[in-house]
Design a protein around this ligand. Sequence first.
Ligand code: ADP
Ligand code: MG
Length: 642
Amino acid sequence: ATEKETYEFQTEVSRLMKIIINSLYKTREIFLRELISNASDAIDKIRFLSLTDPNALSANPNLNITVKADPTNRILIIRDSGIGMTKKHLKENLGTIAKSGTSEFLDAMEKGKADMSLIGQFGVGFYSVFLVADRVVVASKHNDDKQYIWESTAVNDFSIAEDPRGNTLGRGTEIQLYLKEDGLEYLDEKRLQNLIKKYSEFINFPIYLSVHRTEVVEVDDEEDDKPADTEDKPADTEDKPADTEDKPADTEDKPADTEDRPADTEDESAKKTEESEDDGDLEVEDVTEKTESKPKKKTKEILVEEWEQMNTQKPIWTRDPKNVTDKEYEEFYYSLVKNEGSPPLSWIHFKAEGEVDFRSIVYIPKKAPADMFKKVQDYSRNIKLFVKRVFITDEFLDFVPKYLQFIRAIIDADDIPLNVSRETLQQHKTLQLIKRRLIKKILELIANLSRDEEKYAILMKEFGTNLKLGAIEDNRNRKKVAKLLRFPTSAENVNVTSLDDYIGRSKKGQESIYFVTCTTIEECEQSPFLERLLARGYEVLYMNEPIDEILVQHMPAYEGKVFRNIAKGDLTFGDETEDTKKEKELLKEKFSVLVDELKSTLSEYVDQVDVSNRLTVSPCAVIAHEYGWTGNMHRIMSAQAY
Ligand code: ADP
Ligand code: MG
């Protein structure tokens, strides 16, 4: 074996680790969620590779995760048969290359915007092991390398060495946590059972926990103390998951068949016998009175170790929506979004049939991320694509248009070829059909939500801008999206209005949808342009968002009614009479001297000075040319200039 090499943690990582190891954070149990999630990701990866490379799984065809406590040595061992890590991966992924999330997480923690439980979202979940352990040993075997051991006691450095035991894993990763004094509770079987059940419910691979139970066996006087250990091979037991028959790799639910997997080898059985005896194996005389005439037999209690599967549910999206509770949908959402702070605002669970078959659950989050429009790149991860329950990818850049990228979804399709590259996959016809159906469903979901005023207000606050972007960009669905928009309005007792409702209230013969732009609603209300319209009994929409003006440029009309900016050009209402026209002529004459004076003084700044009938109380207003930018638009454009 090669020499042990020592590396320093990248500075930020080291800072993070110090915080973690000294953390008094209460719910340290999240480390287990992070490890299970990493194990599951790793198995997803190897399974994905196996779709195009038939040999990818041969070193270890069983895809599963095992957890085992070793109380004697105070170690908790988590093992997976995932893709594993090469020496280079170990060095880079677990210490020397800081992800952008490292400093983001540190910042967020310092500012009190994040707590420890959000660590997974920042892509540094692995380090949470140091919440409970002060020494961590990771053995990993990747198909392209030998088995290596990464080891660290946190803080400054870690070491990597070839594993002196050779290849014991076949393929995958084994993580040994040497628990801190105050972390010993994680050796407790019941505690582990509860935690793993909680965190593994939506993991698509079997997770086994090594559990012990006592069993009373009869012993022949002459017979030796062979334990009844035949039941501890999970693959042979009846708790085989119900949903595996349709999984592509049908061998995957056997926890272990490599040499030193705890349950499967003779060595282990032997060790177990020892352990059983160590643990106070009781030898008792039969105490139960038997009515039968059988001769009395000697019995003894033995401790049996077996692998018990912790997750037995079918994937939630394959279940009938009628039988899934809200709580389950919420829990699934958390598993999907790596424990984002708040529960989802709404969701839809559906099965599409016809030109394309797939199942899907789509969620609308309750909060938009702070940097929604900046970090479009990250959004790819919000949609997870499965094919026949096999995870394929969440690395789509444009599965849904940008404006809908706030949704979280899982899609499980039937007729997508598996043996193609991701690139080819993205172009695939079926995927295009799925996209279209999905968008339709998302818009339906939002439309349904609009009946719940309270929730819709949240949606508008968080994602209203997205919908406006949709009305701008999505030519195919513009009309549908426009129906979902809401605007503050001058109408009495109306908080926000849809365009349909505006039209419903409009005056007879009204051909336009009037709006005023501004930065706040108060500013809209005080706009001098408003007076005339309100006086005439027209309703005016308040467009107080920068995107609004761009919206009306792209959507100049709705249901045949033209959007009219009341701060622009010459406003006519269609109800002017000859009298008003005459009156205007008279006023023009009366003020001609003033107008000429203003024209020459302001020639540098304005195009035109005119007498108008658009104002009632205010003496004058600066307005934009019909085809020019309003003051508001100037603000938007100069804000975007850098
Ligand atoms: P994330 O899972 O968000 O990438 P983590 O800090 O949890 O961040 O893990 C860091 C990286 O370490 C992973 O991206 C992966 O490359 C690697 N890794 C961690 N655990 C495993 C594992 N069990 N098998 C293979 N690779 C792993
Ligand atoms: Mg992780």
